[in-house]
Design a protein around this ligand. Structure first.
Ligand code: PXL
Length: 280
């Protein structure tokens, strides 16, 4: 099984970050190791959260690994950091990995998440520039490029953003939350110079943690050599099934997405995809 290091926060309430990433990786047969960045009483969509930023812990953990354990990961997936300093520390002590995947978690719907300073995007850009794969949403992509966030856009505008975010190292840019048609939403990508787009139905409701599910599942599928178009469409199909379950549960969506019911289906689907890609 592939070994993946997840660098993300521990939100005690509201299923985001590690609490959604871990079950999805385990269900899709990835062995996961953890580097927690922040301990929060709840995700930052809740009011007045308690937040303990684990900067010195992160440094001590990385130091322990470096001095005592011969570690190489198949991939590292980063998400939410608590402070600019953590990103610099992480880059200075980056564990050995075949693939660095960065979800530049910092914003959505045109706004930075609460608690991030205005120069945070610049520091995250330095991490993205060293990644093999990045998965921003449209707001994060525009912040990384220091561009205004467009209300309306064409496929050419999206292609320009994808090209601007790719470089010799970053050959895969996966841009989430892209809609070219009313009632649909999807993911546009540039993978080794090839553009692609997958979509699903649009549900007019805000759900926390969608981006975390998306980055976990796409990462899992890509490191298991599932072709990108299939990886992206499988991820969108899984998310929409979870969002339907969430709405029919009638729970307050601030607490997160009801993804648990779909895990057995996901497990079966992944076995099929893997069998098919091995046969080929
Ligand atoms: O889902 C992204 C995310 C991750 N971690 C924390 C958050 C959010 C989004 O609000 O607050 C702590």
């Amino acid at each position: 099984m592939k070994q993946l290091l997840v660098v993300n926060d521990l939100s005690c309430l509201g299923k985001v970050a590690i609490s959604v990433t871990l079950p999805i990786l385990a269900t899709t047969q990835i062995e996961t190791h953890l580097l927690p960045t922040v301990l929060l009483s709840a995700h930052t969509g809740f009011p007045n959260v308690y937040k303990h930023i684990l900067t010195s812990d992160l440094e001590d953990i990385l130091h322990h690994w470096k001095e005592n354990i011969d570690l190489t990961f198949d991939a590292i997936l980063t998400g939410y950091f608590g402070h600019k300093e953590q990103i610099k520390l992480f880059l200075d002590h980056l564990p050995d990995t075949d693939l660095l995947i960065v979800d530049p978690v910092m914003a959505d719907n045109g706004k930075l998440y609460s608690g991030f300073p205005h120069d945070y995007p610049m520091v995250l850009k330095s991490l993205c520039d060293k990644a093999d794969i990045i998965l921003p949403n449209l707001t994060e992509a525009c912040l990384l490029l220091n561009k205004p966030i467009p209300d309306q856009y064409t496929q050419d505008d999206i292609l320009n953003i994808l090209h601007a975010l790719s470089n010799e190292k970053t050959q895969t840019v996966i841009l989430t939350g892209i809609s070219y048609e009313q009632g649909k939403i999807g993911v546009a990508y540039l993978h080794h110079g090839v553009y692609g787009y997958c979509d699903t139905k649009y549900i007019p409701h805000y759900f926390s943690g969608t981006g975390d599910i998306c980055s976990a599942l796409i990462s899992s599928l890509l490191i298991q050599h599932i072709p990108i178009h299939q990886a992206v469409q499988t991820t969108l199909d899984f998310i929409i099934a979870c969002l339907d379950d969430t709405l029919s549960s009638k729970k307050n969506t601030l607490y997160g997405i009801v993804f648990e019911k779909q895990l057995p289906n996901l497990s079966k689907h992944i076995q099929l995809l893997k069998g098919y890609s091995h046969e080929k």
